[in-house]
Write a protein that binds this ligand. Sequence first.
Ligand SMILES: [Zn+2]
Length: 358
Amino acid sequence: MPRPPFSYKRKKTVETPARKPMPPPAAAPARPISAGWMDSPAHLLLLSKFAVPRAIDDYSRDELWQSVLREPAQQAIQQFISAGAIAPGTPAQALDYRLRLAELKKQLRARNLPDSGTKAELIERILAADPAWVQLHIAGQPVYICTGAGRAIVEQYNAQRQAQRLACEKEVRDALAARQIERAIQAVAAYEAAQVFPRGVGIDWHHPDSAQDESALRAIGNCHIRPLSALNPEQLDEVRLNAGVRWLFGYSYDDYPLPAEVTDRLPDDGFRLTSAVIANARFHSAIDACRKSQAQFPQVRHVIVYTHGDDHLVCDECRRLAGREWSPDEAPELPYERCTSSSESGCRCEANWRFKND
Ligand SMILES: [Zn+2]
């Protein structure tokens, strides 16, 4: 099944500060929560967005939300308000939502005030110094945030989602350990089909085309590339299972790292090992797809072509690899044995097949 490009890279630490939820407004919800929307995953997902201050406009014009909610988002949000699950935010919360850190600092400097401290501290400072400006700045643009009751619902919802994901990961791992590839693929497809916003664009998770996954998972289960030769059988199993789960969920290594007790005893970096296994799986799924198409259209010649990363890190050997067309039987396996890259992600070579143009 087509999927978004796989992330081999380690995620960089993102510098954007997390929006910290601020204390809820003093007025407690008067009404107990009882509404049909609490059985709707799309409504609960939307409510969970209000764990931090949000404007209704963020969602009211979004057709995607309307389609999953089966009603205008504005209407759904009004129900949250009526039920006491969300309420208007404080001026501080509205500022937190409306102003970026840099803009807050600029406003403070313009008033000859210090611009150091956390975002919450900066907001308190400007609120104390110039409440009239704050009122003017947030006028007519209310934000909403979960009340205590709303937060309780969101926390329960988040815990449920997390439990479902962990249960699916475990099911996939168990299936792969038992070499039941189809069972693993089905488990992920069922999981994604049940999501409000399933992963990937245009994938029909109710009827997934699993040929690519089958090839890749077979390759992972049988993977014997050179970097794995120093592993003992248990380590080899761990690395393959990790790669298999990552393949099916589209996880980066940070989403699903090897446990520390495994990496501590590995002869090489866990990220590099599992990424090599995944690169090898991609290679074999491309070769399988090429052979399958060749069998279907034997009158046309099929070739394998390589692409690599698009920067100065790519080594000369990989550059030479990419300039040629290969028959699927002769195409060098990836990760490329002759690659001389010492960078963590290698030269990021990939094999693809195409009809021979001539
Ligand atoms: Zn290379």
